[in-house]
Design a protein. Structure first.
Length: 144
């Protein structure tokens, strides 16, 4: 489950974050990205060590090369190792996209949030958003 600070951004009608709070959010997302990359690197190292019987340094180099998008260094010798390497490469591509999204999300959100601010409005003058009404599916709405 995601940490609430990673998953929660202010709505368009809420005031923009202060600079210190924004920097904390950026750092928190960057640390979450580093943890994701570190765990993924550990998974790759364990897989290469187990399936290709590589020593830990070679497993590290191959996992890091695949995670960075460069590809494995050496020839893979076992069927299990080849299946792992292919699966790990697909997984690594998703990790790179997710990590980039984690790092860029607070920055992109702040830029987009700034478009909703008006020059002459202060946060206290802005209208709160109207409450959302639950909408029933078409087959459950009363007939008129």
């Amino acid at each position: 489950m995601l940490h609430p600070r990673l998953a929660r951004f202010e709505a368009w009608n809420e005031p923009i974050l202060t600079v210190p709070a924004f920097l904390r959010r950026v750092v928190l997302n960057f640390v979450a990205s580093l943890v994701l990359i570190g765990v993924s690197l550990g998974i790759g190292m364990a897989g290469y060590h187990r399936f290709e019987r590589m020593d830990w340094v070679d497993a590290f180099v191959n996992a890091a090369m695949i995670l960075s998008g460069m590809g494995p260094l050496g020839e893979l010798s076992t069927v299990e190792g080849k299946l792992f390497a292919g699966s790990y490469a697909l997984y690594s591509g998703l990790v790179v996209v997710l990590s980039a999204g984690l790092i860029l999300a607070p920055i992109a959100h702040r830029i987009l949030h700034a478009f909703h601010l008006e020059d002459d409005d202060t946060p206290a003058e802005r209208e709160p958003a109207p409450p959302r009404r639950a909408r029933l599916p078409a087959h459950r709405r009363p007939h008129r």
